[in-house]
Design a binder for this molecule. Structure first.
Ligand code: ADP
Ligand code: MG
Length: 265
């Protein structure tokens, strides 16, 4: 990790992710109804909320997997998915969006590894093909990342030969290989057997300690309490409440937050 504003948290404290007034409709269904979210460099934001509240759509909007109906997202000062001309936003070409997305790591619930590639091939694929990094350097970096996620001995395994927890740790290593400015996690442990949740959360905790800028959608309240700088509670397409974990989790101000926490705690 060498870029000066990558996920390791140099330039700490500056605004990294800026979500302003984001609206997203699917047909007549309003899924995001004016979401604002700011994440500073090196901070961990945990997003909580009931199923269907718009958490995944928010993450997908941040890296422009969804077009927005209103509002904008910028990362490290750069508008994502659009360029501004006067007061209008024009959507960027897919090629330009793909380029932006290289700086935004995304870890999915279902790992999404390439099944026909080995672990090391999964990790070096984007650095070699999209960033044109020399294969040798990419393999060396992959080895370091596998060490970091505790899978140094699995470089040549195929995803099907790994447990869910191991696959998710590979997916994290793969995201880190692009040295993203921010890492987005969408329920990274929801598809795992309970005994495998801890090993994945431990890796994410380690990233948090090293200053990686992250937005983590999860139902793991203990993790939120321990790791989050900010907890955001979403309901019905809006941020209902946000603040430090000790406030939002222990002294929620809104009824909907209280009701949600009473079900998951
Ligand atoms: P969460 O991640 O909080 O469970 P989602 O963002 O996945 O919520 O979904 C919010 C709402 O948007 C749900 O009602 C869901 O059915 C709807 N939705 C999500 N994606 C689509 C889509 N591509 N087309 C239509 N409706 C969608
Ligand atoms: Mg979701």
């Amino acid at each position: 990790m060498t870029a000066d504003t990558d996920a390791t948290g140099e330039n700490s404290g500056e605004l990294m992710v800026d979500v302003r007034g984001v609206h997203k409709n699917f047909g007549t269904l309003e899924v995001l109804r004016g979401v604002d979210l700011q994440v500073r460099t090196g901070e961990v934001t945990v997003v909580l909320g009931p199923s269907g509240s718009g958490k995944s759509t928010l993450l997908r909007s941040i890296n422009h997997l969804e077009k927005l109906n209103r509002g904008y997202v910028s990362i490290d000062g750069e508008l994502i998915g659009y360029r501004r001309s006067g007061s209008k936003l024009h959507e960027l070409k897919e090629r330009e969006v793909l380029k932006q997305r290289l700086h935004i790591g995304f870890v999915f619930q279902n790992f999404n590894l390439f099944p026909h590639l080995t672990v090391v091939e999964n990790i070096i694929e984007a650095p070699v093909s999209a960033l044109r990094r020399p294969r040798r350097a990419a393999v060396d970096q992959a080895a370091r990342l596998l060490e970091r996620v505790g899978l140094a001995d699995k470089a040549d395994a195929y995803p099907r030969q790994l447990s869910g927890g191991q696959q998710q740790r590979v997916a994290i290593a793969r995201a880190l290989a692009l040295e993203p400015k921010v890492l987005l996690f969408d329920e990274p442990t929801s598809a795992l057997d309970p005994e495998l949740v801890g090993e994945v959360l431990d890796v994410i905790k380690d990233l948090a300690r090293s200053g990686t800028t992250m937005i983590v959608v999860t139902h793991e309240i203990g993790f939120a309490r321990e790791v989050a700088d900010t907890v955001v509670f979403m309901d019905d397409g809006l941020v209902v409440e946000q603040g430090p974990p000790a406030e939002v989790l222990d002294r929620p101000r809104h009824e909907r937050t209280k009701a949600f926490l009473s079900k998951v705690l």
